[in-house]
Design a binder for this molecule. Structure first.
Ligand code: SF4
Length: 464
């Protein structure tokens, strides 16, 4: 896995994408297409559970949606309701027990659950539950949900609300019983989740880009602290707490989400474009062309070019076929990782002073190699502009950066980092500019070190 991550560019990894369909014919088949549109959120494993109002059938496996599911498998998932999941996992968590949907089959009723996020008091709750006799199959946080829900008494919605009230951190959850669906977001709204209308039923998705592919019409975001119950008599809204705030993950706009998604009313492409404009507004650098690192930085590069009135060019080409099958490279191949993933177009960059936009610098090794790539192709100067602030603190809400040591900006200042990556100049967006581009109500903890929740035992790795 580390080799794969190295090869694919040392970027951040989101944990998951969730999708649900309620009361629509061929729900499993539509979920397949919805999950296809969310594949960028996780490529390691996936699954779909479907219900025909009597039984819930589930199928899951490791790999891309197109690798795990065949027509025959989809046909064996009958019913008008379905939930699905795509997952990115760290090497330690890549066991089949962690692949979602996670199922409960109990005499009180069966249900399937998918989740995107990370619970920060998971360890504490897990120990408590184990002391009370719970047995966990895997290591995923989502199993904690199941145990907490199962221990509660009363209606399903009441059980879900009581379970959520015990959890801190990020979660965006879809729960499917035989005949109902529930969409739930944590009280800080850290991960996206919304609902849409489709024929006589509903869709729930991590990102709105999945609605287009099934022809569903966006209705609204699930609110922080809200539980939406979708049933044959329509939708109902409940709040499990009044202590809510909006702290959407800013990296959703900066890097994770697809440009055609709309999150909290903001289109991701437009937000990235504005970030590029803001980078250009304070920049006096002399350059000939603007390029972006494909794919997530292209919108910001277009914005920078528009604002600076410099020509926008395609200077780097991504090789789309460096895929998951290439996961055991030799050391020599690993060193060539970036060259396999990206190529510089010499005819464009040779002899030019280039402004190169990227969305973020995490570990720094990729950026160093890209700068070298452009210089080897004849670039006269490479001015690196980053459409986010310096990534200085780990994320505890489901994004795969676990330690300070991995984050180069926690060790080097901007001048040192410029030297390290070999750029002619280096500038970042400020936190205020991130909020100007994406909206004021954001989590920016990985830039500011100020976390919107208590971190419980995870906080032990915070640098003193
Ligand atoms: S810490 Fe950073 S990556 Fe994590 S939720 Fe907050 S903004 Fe997103």
């Amino acid at each position: 896995m580390d080799e794969f991550r190295e090869l694919m560019g040392n970027k951040l990894n989101e944990e998951c994408g969730c999708f649900g369909i309620y009361n629509v014919k061929d729900a499993a088949s539509l979920s397949y297409f919805g999950l296809h549109a969310l594949q960028h959120r996780g490529q390691e494993a996936c699954g779909i559970a479907a219900s025909d109002n009597k039984n819930i059938t589930c199928y899951k496996g490791k790999g891309l949606i197109s690798e795990v599911f065949t027509n025959k498998i989809i046909e064996e998932l009958p019913g008008k309701h379905a939930v699905g999941h795509v997952r990115y996992s760290t090497a330690q968590q890549n066991q089949i027990e962690n692949v979602q949907p996670i199922m409960v089959r109990a005499h009180q009723g069966s249900f399937a659950l998918v989740n995107n996020g990370q619970i920060v008091n998971a360890e504490e709750i897990k120990v408590e539950l184990e002391n009370q006799g719970s047995i966990f199959q895997g290591t995923s946080d989502s199993e904690i949900f199941l145990h907490l829900i199962q221990r509660e008494e009363g209606t399903m919605v009441y059980k879900i609300m009581n379970a959520c009230a015990k959890l801190e951190g990020a979660f965006a959850v879809i729960i499917m019983t035989k005949d109902c669906m529930y969409a739930v977001r944590d009280k800080n709204g850290l991960r996206p989740l919304s609902i849409a209308k489709l024929e006589d039923g509903y869709c729930v998705s991590s990102e709105s880009c999945a609605y287009d592919i099934v022809n569903a019409k966006f209705v609204r975001d699930v609110e922080p602290g809200e539980v939406i119950r979708i049933a044959s008599d329509g939708i109902q809204s409940f709040k499990y707490t009044e202590k809510t705030q909006k702290k959407m993950c800013s990296m959703e706009y900066i890097y994770f989400a697809r440009p055609d998604s709309v999150i909290e009313g903001v289109n991701v492409h437009n937000a990235r474009k504005l970030s590029g404009k803001l980078l250009a507004r304070k920049d006096k650098v002399k350059a000939d062309i603007v390029i972006g690192v494909p794919d997530s930085s292209l919108s910001a590069a277009i914005g920078y070019a528009e604002e600076s009135r410099l020509p926008y060019e395609i200077g780097l080409i991504k090789n789309r076929y460096v895929g998951r099958t290439f996961i055991q490279p030799t050391q020599k191949q690993r060193e060539r990782g970036v060259r396999m993933k990206l190529s510089a177009i010499s005819a464009i960059v040779k002899g030019k002073r280039i402004v190169m936009i990227d969305d973020s610098i995490v570990r720094g090794t990729t950026m160093k190699r890209i700068v070298q790539l452009l210089k080897d192709a004849g670039a006269k100067a490479v001015h690196v502009r980053i459409a986010s602030p310096e990534f200085k603190s780990p994320c505890f809400y489901g994004v795969d950066t676990s330690t300070y040591d991995e984050l180069i900006s926690s060790r080097l200042n901007v001048k040192e980092l410029k030297e390290y990556i070999g750029a002619d100049s280096l500038k970042f967006l400020t936190i205020d500019e991130v909020k100007e581009a994406n909206g004021p109500d954001l989590c920016v903890a990985c830039f500011s070190g100020k976390y919107p929740t208590n971190l419980f035992s995870l906080g032990n790795i915070i640098k003193k």
